[in-house]
Design a protein around this ligand. Sequence first.
Ligand code: NAD
Length: 497
Amino acid sequence: MTTILDHWVGGAPWTGASERTSPVYNPALGTVQKELRLATAADIDEAVGVASAAWAQWRDASIAKRQGVMFAFRELLNARKQELAEILTSEHGKVLSDALGEIARGMEVVEFACGVGHLTKGAYSENVSTDVDVYTLRQPLGVVGIISPFNFPAMVPLWFFSIALAAGNAVILKPSEKDPSAANWLAALLTEAGLPHGVLNVVHGDKEAVDALLHHPDVAAISFVGSTPIAKYVYETATGAGKRVQALGGAKNHMLVLPDADLDLAADAAVNAGFGSAGERCMAISVVLAVDTVADELVAKISERMATLRTGDGTRGCDMGPLITRQHRDKVASYIDVAAADGAAVVVDGRGVEVDGEADGFWLGPTLIDKVPTSSSVYRDEIFGPVLSVVRVAGYEEGLGIINGSPYGNGTAIFTNDGGAARRFQREARVGMIGINVPIPVPVAYHSFGGWKASLFGDAKAYGPHGFEFFTAEKAITSRWLDPSHGGLNLGFPQHT
Ligand code: NAD
């Protein structure tokens, strides 16, 4: 009998009314391990009703109570992270050490949310007019929807729900249908940590569930992470329905290597950032911009390192796991033929890789393509797999021009020992997150994460100060404690005295 994964609503597994399911694979085995229940619009409506009822209590829970839940959750998560890492590896395919890294970066945001009391402090101006004070405070929005992608099934939900809950909101989380179990596991752990039932609900589904959330009148805000076309659709649809929206989209991240860089360190960085998590990271480096004078040497150093990588089952100590689905693997692999047809040089072809894993897994080994023309779809498309392109450039100016010409602006990095060049780069690159000799510049939890251009729709980034502001609304209060001298009629616009 196939296992069915249910939704999690009201503090317990919940079936809902839908008959539709979708398969959840183990990508390292290539087999279906469970079926996932897919919510209807009516299921979403019921879950939002549960969340709204729970919010009526949770919004009034003290800061101490909300922080207490987050502290308890953090302790449980830290103690049981291995269990969660195994779930991530079995459904996503990423190797166990990488799954633990994902959890650690998500846990940072839980830790940030433990300090929510500090963030709630508003501003106070005494005596703005005689005996009149003005102060501001921030309040939760209500029920918020979080829609997350397959590539970080724990970290991305943790980015959003930790802050949303600590700020006093109730949440409907709609995780990716490709690797959904982590969301239920996290919801159960939050219940164990003392979160009241119904404050965090997980509803699984596809477009039908997403559309129902985007249109639901009792959902106040949407946080979305996924590909650019869906991010744009979510942003336009949900803002059209009057909601506050942050929609983080896809990426194509460049790493510019100047001739004065330490080429060994740059090659290490390119391999780690290009092939970690099989390239299925929104902050993966997918293009190395190599200055002509050092390009041959850099390509040689990258390919030497690639030869040492072991691709295989993430439970066996390999460096790189499978891709998420067979279709995605085939699509990623198809770019290798496109590259050859477009005149690029395929230096390492991952299709022939020897794998430490089952034959039916969704494998593709690390692939390196040199001399990629920027007109090729290999350069232009977000491939989202272990295919690293090298584009050769004459120098800094040409590299910067390519980066700034990209429709995406998530992350980018420069490798150099020239402080002046690095400083110019941080100023001139039109990208949301910049690395200086750091290939994957994901900011720590007390800064905020987000790109520019087609990598983020909306003006609020994820987590950090932006995250707290996104999940709260500011209120300004003007206060006067009356005494008899304040009497008298005056219909003019209030002025300061
Ligand atoms: P995706 O866009 O296919 O799916 C994301 C979410 O949207 C999922 O929950 C999915 O169920 C839902 N969805 C899919 N199609 C939909 C439709 N037609 N209508 C409504 N909802 C729909 O993305 P993915 O393949 O799961 O994730 C990979 C993508 O996410 C990559 O493009 C990657 O760059 C991006 N990503 C971006 C960031 C970032 O911070 N900018 C972080 C992680 C991933």
